[in-house]
Design a protein around this ligand. Structure first.
Ligand code: FE2
Ligand code: FE2
Length: 298
């Protein structure tokens, strides 16, 4: 029996941000405006406090492995990534951990190329790799294997929150899946297969090479897809075009939506407990349970 804790989209920020001249001409300025004046900052006003409470509770709930599926920050600044890693207590909890970036963490070309996320979350990114390339990487958890895929990309336009894995990483993922021993294979990435209503995400918010990834995941024997990006939690036993179930963790820290998942896996059955934050008691409480079969359902 394996117990996983899965959380996402904590969107931590810091009072002082290291603005550069280029940021007045890229997506960061509009993202900041959104945060400051269009309500996003208010929705994440308690992000750091809630994330700290979550980690305090996870630390004592017999979890074997932590999974963070991206969007650590609001704007992808180094100070925000550093603070998010501190809040999530990377390496400090003595629970093995996996993290991948989200689109906010790669907010600009400079942020994506900086390696800040990979540096501050290095304790969450150990694993087996192909050709010594950083992504994808695989971490074993008993008889289970977690496979981290990076789909975050820097986007030019303010309205574009889409992502892509790219041909080279897809090819490495295909090889990695083929090399892994048989057992439960769990793919972790920031982007969903579909929305809560089962429809595909619009191009400006979704994964641009979703079809190519689904082909590889189906052929490679993936048993489960874990993601964030959408801030409300949901799950499907069989989303369209996939031979496996999918779980969206939602945002762990957005006011009103704040929750994370605990998954207990026994053989090929996953039992999930979604725990949501109660601002009155400042603790998480049980909110929803559901089960998924991890057997391939073609
Ligand atoms: Fe997000
Ligand atoms: Fe996102």
């Amino acid at each position: 029996m394996i117990r996983l804790a899965h959380f996402s989209d904590i969107h931590v920020t810091t009072p002082t941000l290291e603005w550069q001249r280029e940021d007045w001409f890229n997506k960061r300025l509009t993202s900041w405006f959104n945060m400051r004046f269009l309500g996003r900052g208010k929705r994440f006003a308690h992000a750091e406090e809630v994330a700290c409470r979550m980690m305090d509770e996870i630390a004592v709930r017999n979890i074997d492995h932590l999974i963070f599926s991206g969007d650590a920050t609001a704007l992808g600044f180094e100070s925000e990534i550093r603070r998010a890693a501190e809040v999530l207590r990377g390496g400090e909890l003595a629970i093995p951990s996996l993290a991948i970036p989200g689109n906010h963490d790669y907010c600009t070309e400079t942020a994506a190329a900086s390696g800040h996320f990979e540096r501050y979350f290095s304790a969450w990114q150990t694993g087996r790799r192909i050709d010594e390339q950083h992504y994808p990487f695989a971490q074993p958890v008993g008889p289970i294997c977690l496979i981290a895929v990076n789909a975050a990309t820097a986007n030019r336009w303010a309205w574009d929150a889409g992502g892509a894995i790219g041909i080279a990483q897809l090819e490495r993922l295909k090889r990695l899946l083929a090399e892994l021993e048989t057992g439960i294979k769990i793919l972790v990435l920031h982007y969903p297969i579909c929305l809560k209503n089962g429809q595909r995400e619009p191009g400006y918010h979704g994964l641009r090479d979703l079809d190519a990834l689904l082909d590889i995941a189906n052929a490679g024997g993936v048993n489960l897809w874990l993601h964030g990006h959408r801030h409300g939690a949901y799950h499907f036993q069989k989303p369209a075009k996939a031979n496996f179930p999918v779980i969206c963790a939602g945002s762990a820290t957005q006011t009103g939506l704040w929750s994370y998942g605990e998954y207990t896996i026994h053989d090929t059955t996953l039992t999930a407990l979604r725990r949501e934050y109660d601002p009155t008691t400042k603790r998480f409480r049980d909110a929803e349970t559901f089960s998924l079969s991890l057997s391939h359902n073609r």
